[in-house]
Ligand binder design. Structure first.
Ligand code: THU
Length: 134
């Protein structure tokens, strides 16, 4: 699957976002090493802190499908500049990224694109290795 089709998948799921409070719909699509695509959108809540990000939704869909590795992820929003994942989502991405080089493609619905690796987004990340795991 090309970057273009992963961006298309993220743009499509973005339409389903539940964002009545911020009015800011976000979509995310990730590809696993098997080639499968998992998508998520932001899901806000009247109790604001209970809202979840698009990236978290895509990760939850991946895990629910029995997959645990991210090879590439796209996040897309209707924003003047590409939107970077929030701090919490960077840590969630690091948990499942196959390595630090995994590209995170930040796209806008207007066609702008910026790419950073998971390691660039979260340098010095805490991970399983710090607990002697994996
Ligand atoms: N949001 C995401 O879903 N992903 C991001 O990378 C940035 C922010 C959502 C959370 C909230 O529903 C809305 O955007 C405004 O912060």
């Amino acid at each position: 699957m090309s970057d273009a089709s992963l961006i298309e998948a993220a743009a499509a799921v973005r339409e389903n976002a539940h964002a009545p409070y911020s009015g800011f719909k976000v979509g995310a699509a990730l590809r696993t090493p098997s080639g499968a695509i998992h998508c998520g959108c932001n899901v806000e809540n009247a109790a604001y802190p209970e809202g979840t990000c698009a990236e978290a939704g895509a990760i939850a869909a991946m895990v629910a499908a029995g997959e645990y590795a991210i090879a590439e992820l796209v996040v897309i929003a209707d924003s003047p500049e590409p939107v970077p994942p929030c701090g919490g989502c960077r840590q969630k991405l690091r948990e499942f990224a196959v390595d630090g080089d995994v590209p995170v493609i930040m796209a806008t619905t207007g066609g702008e694109k910026r790419i950073m690796s998971v390691a660039e987004l979260l340098p010095g990340a805490f991970g399983a290795a710090h607990m002697g795991k994996r």
